[in-house]
Design a binder for this molecule. Structure first.
Ligand code: HEC
Ligand code: HEC
Ligand code: HEC
Ligand code: HEC
Ligand code: HEC
Length: 188
């Protein structure tokens, strides 16, 4: 009896210690690298994500390098759930004069003149009927880049993350202890 306890106890203590060190290492790793952890909240898109051909070759990289901010073009008006696209008149604030000899800007000017919305090809879409809204997410402090990738580096917008998949929604909800029951996103 004594011999067996004597043999088991150190093994148990050693494995508990190992488990503790493992947990402690995990915790310090998480605390030491919050930006990395933020990136992992939404996995990259493993499928082909060639940018769609847009009616006008708009570049996020070029325009954001001018000092513009996301909210200069994408707002989330109440009570909507969408970030919306900028009015063409906003583009024309600059393009009445900037690069107005270029074919792409002449096409832009035609849209502006006809007061037609530019038919941008959508990049990120969830199935209709799934409960989704930007506001609830932005209010928790999640950054645009966490869900849409390094937009400031993108010459052409493409679906670089898998944020529209159910797996990604659930993964991030679990990481952040947000609701994950089916009816959170699927109302009846
Ligand atoms: C000068 C205006 C402007 C600014 C500033 C801007 N965007 Fe955009 N954004 C657009 C336009 C125009 C489109 C549609 C064309 C395209 O997809 O490239 C678009 C498309 C997008 C899309 C794709 C939406 C979809 O599903 O089709 C995302 C995501 C996006 N922008 C995120 C951002 C983020 C994040 C920032 C800030 C880092 C930003 N944008 C700054 C004009 C802007
Ligand atoms: C703050 C001013 C500003 C705003 C607002 C702006 N642009 Fe631009 N845009 C520029 C500048 C500056 C360039 C670079 C011009 C150059 O390279 O000669 C440019 C370049 C472009 C080009 C490339 C032109 C070419 O063929 O070389 C396109 C297309 C374009 N913008 C579309 C848009 C669209 C669409 C919007 C609205 C969603 C928009 N821009 C809003 C300043 C602006
Ligand atoms: C929690 C993840 C998440 C965050 C954070 C987020 N988006 Fe989105 N975004 C999405 C999803 C999912 C869609 C597709 C929604 C749909 O089908 O309408 C989307 C769609 C869009 C669209 C297309 C128009 C629309 O509203 O459907 C634009 C533009 C956009 N996002 C810009 C932004 C900008 C700018 C920010 C930061 C201010 C941002 N997003 C933050 C997940 C996110
Ligand atoms: C980057 C992390 C992240 C991603 C990705 C994400 N969510 Fe969330 N979501 C959250 C957090 C955190 C909350 C909790 C907000 C709160 O409790 O106020 C939340 C809340 C919600 C809510 C409840 C909103 C409300 O009004 O109470 C819905 C619905 C939702 N998310 C749907 C989705 C869907 C659908 C997707 C995928 C298309 C998604 N979420 C992707 C982090 C995320
Ligand atoms: C955090 C949000 C979220 C939660 C929670 C969630 N889903 Fe989903 N679900 C989605 C999104 C987003 C899609 C659409 C994905 C796409 O557009 O490709 C989806 C799609 C589906 C689909 C296929 C959609 C269709 O209509 O064909 C089924 C089935 C489904 N979910 C079942 C479930 C079940 C069962 C649960 C509970 C165990 C659940 N979901 C929980 C976000 C969620």
């Amino acid at each position: 009896m004594v011999k067996r306890i004597g043999w088991i106890a150190p093994v148990v203590i050693a494995s508990m210690l190992a488990a503790f060190l493992f947990l402690a290492a995990g915790l310090t790793a998480q605390q030491a690298a919050p930006p990395q952890a933020m990136n992992q909240m939404v996995p990259d898109n493993p499928s082909d994500h060639t940018p769609p051909v847009q009616p006008i070759p708009y570049s996020h990289k070029k325009h954001l390098s001018l000092g513009l901010d996301c909210k200069d073009c994408h707002t989330n008006p109440e009570p909507g759930k969408l970030m919306t696209f900028p009015d063409t008149s906003k583009c024309m604030l600059c393009h009445v004069t900037v690069a107005n000899d270029k074919p792409s800007i002449q096409k832009l000017a035609e849209y502006a003149k006809s007061k037609q919305a530019i038919p941008w090809v959508r990049v990120y879409t969830v199935l209709p009927g799934v409960a989704w809204n930007h506001r609830a997410h932005l209010e928790t402090g999640v950054k645009c880049e966490t869900c849409h990738g390094q937009v400031r580096q993108m010459e052409a917008m493409s679906e670089v993350t898998s944020v529209t998949t159910m797996y990604s929604c659930l993964n991030c909800h679990e990481m952040n202890h947000a609701k994950a029951a089916c009816d959170t996103c699927h109302k009846h």
